[in-house]
Write a protein that binds this ligand. Sequence first.
Ligand code: PLP
Length: 395
Amino acid sequence: MKVVYLDNNATTRTAPEVVEAMLPYFTELYGNPSSMHSFGGQLAKPVQQAREQIASLLRADPAEIVFTSCGTESDNAAIWGTLNSYPQKNHIITTRVEHPAVGNLATYLSKKGYKVTNLPVDREGRLDPDQLLSAITEETALVSVMWANNETGVLFPIEEMARLVKERGVVFHTDAVQAVGKVPMDLSRVPIDLLSFSGHKLHAPKGIGILYIRKGTRFTPFIIGGHQERGRRGGTENVPYIIGLGKACELAQKNMTDENKRVRTLRDKLEQGILSIIPKVLINGHQKERLGNTLSISFEYVEGESILMLLSNLGICASSGSACTSGSLEPSHVLRAMGVPFTAAHGSIRFSLSIYNTEEEIDYVLEHLPPIIHRLREISPFWKEGKGRTAEKGQ
Ligand code: PLP
C-alpha cells in the first residue's frame, strides 16, 4: 500500500545517508572507543567528528555536547542534574504544554515536595515572558521551557526568555527536541545553559539523544557509571548511532533554508486546501510563530481517532494529539491548556511533514480527507445538533 507519512513529529525516517554512514560501525569497526588498543581507540576520532558536526548545527563548543539515549533521558538529566546541583533550592518553573518527558517529571517532583509553577498559555498557545519573570523567586533552581511544541508547532521566544532568566541568575533549560534542525540556533549568542534533543526527530535512528551543557554550568550526572562523556554520563558510547546523529546534523544544517522552505510551502498548501474545502475547521496554534512543518487542525463534531483510522486505511499516517497521548480518549493537555473548545479538541489531527514529503502526497490527502470528514459528520449526532454553530462561538 502507498504510504504517505505525515507524522514526523512522532518520528522520522532514518536518512539513507545516515544509514550508510553508520553501517561500518556495526560490522568491521565495532570496538569500544575507550579501549587502550588501537582497534577500539581508532573510534575516538569519528566520535569526536560527530560531536563537532552536532556542535556546528547548534553553534556550540563540541566539549559541551553529551550523548544520551533519547530526548526523554536528556530532559530528565537536565532537570535532575540541576536540582541535585542546587539542593538548597526547591522551585522549578515550566509550562502547561510540555512533553511528558518534562511535564510528568514536574508532576512527580511536585509529589516529592518540590514547588512547581506551570505557566499558562493563551488561546494561540503562546507564553507571556512577563509571567515567567514574576514567577521567579529566590528558591527557583531551574526554568525549563520547550522551544517548539510537539503538538501544535508553536514556538516560544526562547532567546528572549533565556536572557531574562539568566539576568536573574537562574539556570535555563530548553527541550528543543522539535526545534533542532528546523529553527536556526546559535548557542554562542544565546545564554541557554542546557538544551535537549533527540536523533529520531531529525532523520537519525531512535535511541540516541543529546544534552548540551554550557561550559561552567553546575551539573550533577543523572546516569552515574564510567568516565565516559567527561564524567557527565556513564555508559559505553553508542558509536554507530553517534556517527548517524553527526551525519543527520550535517544534513540538517544543509537543509535548514531551502528544504525547510519547501516543507513550509507544502504544509501551507495542505492547510489552505483543507480550509477552503471543509467547513467548521480550526487551526490550533499561532499562525506565524509556529514550526513550518506542523499543522494541528480541529474538525468540529467528529472524533480524531475515527479520522485517523480512515486515513490509515488509505496509507496516510497522521496523529491525534501527541503519539504518547493517543489511545486515550482525553483531549490532549496542550489543546486543553490553550482553551480549545471540547467539540473541536476531540476532532484534532496533527499532520507533521518532513523533507521527504512531496506535493503529490499533499494532493492525495486533499483528495481523500474531505469525503472522510463528510462521512463521519453525517453519522455524528453532535454534528446534526451543532450544525450551523461554531465552537469558536463558545459551545
Ligand atoms: N520532547 C519533545 C518535545 C518531544 O516531542 C519528544 C518526543 O516526542 C520528547 C521530548 C521525547 O523524545 P524521545 O522520544 O527521544 O525520548
